[in-house]
Write a protein that binds this ligand. Sequence first.
Ligand SMILES: [Zn+2]
Length: 221
Amino acid sequence: MQLTRIVDLSRTVGPRTQAFPGDRAPSVERSATVPVEGFNSSAVHMSSHSGTHVDAPFHFLDGGQRLEDLPLERFTGPAVVVDATGLPDRAPVTAADLEPWRNRFVPGAAVLVRTGWDGHYGTPRYFDHPYLDASAARLLAESGVRCVGVDSPSPDSTPHGPHAPGDWAAHSVLLGAGAVIVENLRGLERVDFADPLFMALPIRLSGGDGAPVRAVAARLD
Ligand SMILES: [Zn+2]
């Protein structure tokens, strides 16, 4: 078996990374340069939920598993790309919408919900994305799926402002089941080959509510 292709599904992390409402954009400052210190190095300041990243159960549950508690297998698996494109702003994706892929929702699978909303990245409309309703999240959790990705900022509807109340049904159901959630994926339409392997390994960040990942789909022939 040979790795013949890697599709990058990740966002660039930097000052122009679109931050979730109420969060701040990352900063990357040069802290050493070749002319002065003899090498280039940078000081990075960012949210643990910057760019393409994973949420650990601890993100919403104080007693939940932290990144460092989770086996790396949780962040990888055969990718199942669900087509949920063509929906209007802030529309729910329901269990009925997921039905055609249901027999592929098995323990170990990584279910990636493609809404097409990555096309709105960098604009306010990015936060008016479709979301997984409670029935969809329950179907995934009850099927044994423990890795769910979205090409939008959240599997839940994003609140209308930084301090507006949110309905966190998808986060609650999925993280409550011990699943991890990968947010801000991009380019899922390029996962167009048979048996893609998804990988989104987080940096080994202590504190562990979430961390940036390099999310990829790999082709093995
Ligand atoms: Zn997050």
